[in-house]
Design a protein around this ligand. Structure first.
Ligand SMILES: Nc1nc2c(ncn2[C@@H]2O[C@H](COP(=O)(O)OP(=O)(O)OP(=O)(O)O)[C@@H](O)[C@H]2O)c(=O)[nH]1
Ligand SMILES: [Mg+2]
Length: 377
């Protein structure tokens, strides 16, 4: 499953974002360092379901259908807040960073309203430039990689003396942080081992970041956004608004297709509820879904592909039960392997369930393809 880390200084709303995205209740509090042990749960990306097109109602095994969308699961990790010097163990430093080893991408939550200082203490809206949040966090991540490189330098040099390629030596140290062999090769073409740029290069490759400018509902958030939007990959959000809408939806007050820019009121409301919902309506879309999907689809380059039997059902009679996230550029063979390694071994061809056309083993998958796999036996 695609794994995404939620990072940022304390009190920016990481746990609020996590809770809004996963529907899991976790402690949320203005006090810094509310989260200590990481929270792990399932968030979702939307893909327009193909069931409607094919005249059937899909029955997802994982995830769910809402409106015209299928919500496909990804793993989210909400970690402790990071403060300057974390890579040396300040705050909850190193431990926090290790919780992110396996993350392929990061959602960096900043306080766009500028109401909290460097350590997450409340100082009032507009009191801090959120750009500082961005710069310090990226620096801490780079220093985390640099420390790992420094700690392993003797071993790397020994390996190289013993005949290992430098790229292989780098790969063996950093593969657990999701640096690929290709990243390591490119890194060693560009930089030598002592280069200051090397750890940053490896970090950028293995921890791609989208910035979520949270608390867009208060302070100078929108002014700050306008100032920063051309310089950074940033989306303004209100995690609190998303959480409130999901709660209202759970209570049966509104019908809200998560991520859309409207909702319908489906119950009699009192004045307070109506006012609260009017306020929330102005914050749509809240940006929570947009951030996750921008990272997964645009930045990490995933597409969603549906496996389908000839009658669109699996052995238990479930209609279009699955949907897989695959890397752009993946082939039919990779898709078969994702379903089952045996299936790839015995793969004959695929069938496009819309056109009934045959697809060869090296057919390149497209977003929202529906494919029946035909294997020998
Ligand atoms: N105005 C506003 N406040 C928010 C928003 N999202 C979160 N908050 C508030 O920000 C404070 C901190 O939220 P948390 O989610 O606990 O922050 P965190 O980043 O997980 O904090 P640590 O676990 O301490 O690092 C809480 O008081 C939230 O209610 C938002 O979109 N708008
Ligand atoms: Mg938290």
């Amino acid at each position: 499953m695609v794994e995404i880390g939620i990072v940022g200084k304390p009190s920016v709303g990481k746990s609020t974002f996590f809770s809004a995205a996963t529907l899991i209740d976790v402690p949320i509090d203005p006090r810094p360092f509310t989260t200590i042990e990481p929270n792990t749960g399932i968030g979702f990306v939307r893909v327009e379901d193909i069931g409607y097109e094919l005249g059937v109602q899909s029955q997802p095994r994982n995830g769910f259908i809402l409106g015209k969308y299928r919500f496909v699961g990804i793993k989210l990790i909400d970690v402790a807040g990071l403060v300057p010097g974390a890579h040396q163990g300040r705050g909850l430093g190193n431990k926090f960073l290790n919780d992110l080893n396996q993350a392929e991408g990061l959602i960096h939550i900043i306080d766009l309203s500028g109401s909290t200082d460097q350590e997450g203490r409340y100082i009032g809206p507009g009191s801090r430039d959120p750009e500082e949040d961005i710069m310090f966090l990226e620096h801490e991540l780079d220093m985390w990689y640099k420390d790992i490189l420094d700690r392993n330098m003797d071993r790397i040099q020994r390996d190289i003396k013993a005949g290992k390629e430098p790229s292989e030596a780098i790969y063996s140290v950093f593969s657990s942080l999701r640096v690929t062999m290709q990243d390591a090769e490119e890194a060693m073409k560009k930089y030598d081992l002592k280069s200051e740029e090397l750890p940053r290069f490896l970090r950028i490759r293995s921890k791609k970041i989208v910035i979520a400018g949270n608390k867009k509902d208060i302070g100078k958030a929108i002014e700050n956004y306008d100032r920063l939007k051309n310089k950074y990959d940033i989306i303004p959000i209100s995690a609190e608004a998303e959480l409130a809408l999901k709660k209202a939806s759970k209570l049966g007050l509104i019908k809200y297709v998560y991520g859309e820019d409207n909702f319908d009121i489906i119950r009699e409301l009192n004045d307070i509820q109506r006012q609260a919902l009017d306020r929330l309506k102005k914050l749509l879309p809240t940006g929570v879904q947009n951030v996750i999907e921008h990272l997964v689809y645009d930045v990490l380059g995933y597409i969603a592909v549906f496996p389908a039997g000839s009658k669109l059902v699996d052995k238990e009679g479930r209609v279009l039960p699955d949907c897989f996230l695959m890397k752009k550029g993946s082939k039919l063979e990779d898709f078969a392997r994702e379903i089952h390694s045996d299936l790839a071994k015995h793969l004959l061809y695929g069938i496009d369930i819309r056109t009934k056309r045959r697809l060869g083993k090296d057919y390149q998958l497209n977003h929202r393809d529906g494919i029946e796999i035909i294997a020998a036996r």
